[in-house]
Ligand binder design. Sequence first.
Ligand code: UD1
Ligand code: UDP
Length: 375
Amino acid sequence: MQKIMTIFGTRPEAIKMAPVIKAIDANPDTTPIVVLTGQHKEMLQQVLDIFDIHPDADLKVMARQQTLSQITSKVILGLDPVLDEHRPDLVLVHGDTTTTMAAGLSAFYHQIPVGHVEAGLRTWDKYSPYPEEMNRMLTDDIADLYFAPTQLSKDNLLQEHHPESRIFITGNTAIDALKYTVHADYHHPVLEAIPQGHKFILLTMHRRENQGQAMRNTFTAIRNVVLATPDLDVIYPVHLSPRVQQVAHEIFDDVEGVHLIEPLDVTDFHGLASQSYFIMTDSGGVQEEAPSLNKPVLVLRDSTERPEGVTAGTLKVIGTETEAVRNAMTELLNDQREYRAMSTAVNPYGDGHAAERIVAICRDYISGKLRHPGM
Ligand code: UD1
Ligand code: UDP
């Protein structure tokens, strides 16, 4: 039996690795070993509960407001005995967090091959998003197998001279995850606080490069638009980072139409997203999910590594200046033609079978049978 170890530590990695773990488990030739770094705690546990995932090891590295160096060094040191004990045939990491990069490096130090799920996303600006752009570039330097969600991410990898024979376009496992979470008859108690006839926007914002002034500017714009629009509410599940919590409460606590709630489990998040009028976010994963949910997204960043969603018409990158955010919100609230165009785009991130493809490729790689299928 081939042993495939998945290592992850934050909410989005868990959501997008969950379908891969299920597919490893379902394949008769492979068995999953699930290792958590515990970079997140409550927000990670929510995902494990929803997908019924039981970890084999947990490094529990989370501490309030720790530095990137602390996370990195704790993960690398913590993985030494875990990798020694299990000796997997292959390690899979996902995306671009500090867990991703440190776990990839750790596996390399143990001379265990590394597969990078969601490889090849780029903005080509090492501080945007920070530190994720560098994390994913370093992970791609370490990796032996590249699971690129789209042709564009494959092209990015080729531009950096990664070997074509090791790059596979699989689609994004975020779309696979939606099959487990989206239900038509969804209800959440926060909806009872929204008056009949009101629209609501679903908001998330957490990125490090946005913490501080960019977040203040954005929240001020949203506050002003809500105060000026009688039938508009905002639901904001606030990330548990103290740097985010503090600014969110400072700017929104006295605004009746803004509902600050705890981070939602992913079923609730997708349920509320499906019922929202539109979404405002700086999240990466949410940009991938929105086209499948038929929701326009105003992206609260200066650049995106997911331009496929912009091309498809679902995403609009609006930055974080107060005036720009206000104008973009007002336009989308008032311009029905723009709204319709943004909510009817076609999902460019795959067919929901990425995880099965990834596991089939891993199996062939481990058994030495890998031939490039030219996908
Ligand atoms: C991390 C990732 C980011 C990803 C995000 C997803 C890095 C550097 N950043 O950012 O790429 O987009 O996760 O959400 O890898 N906290 C809790 N409980 C939790 C989770 C977080 O209390 O379950 C608090 C802790 O005080 C923690 C802080 O949030 O120190 C920040 O967490 P951290 O993992 O350092 O960064 P994120 O901003 O979550
Ligand atoms: N999400 C969630 N609950 C929330 C907010 C987001 O389950 O309250 C999900 C969302 O559907 C997406 C993922 O978390 O799948 C995105 O995670 P996050 O925004 O934390 O990280 P990023 O994708 O930016 O790295």
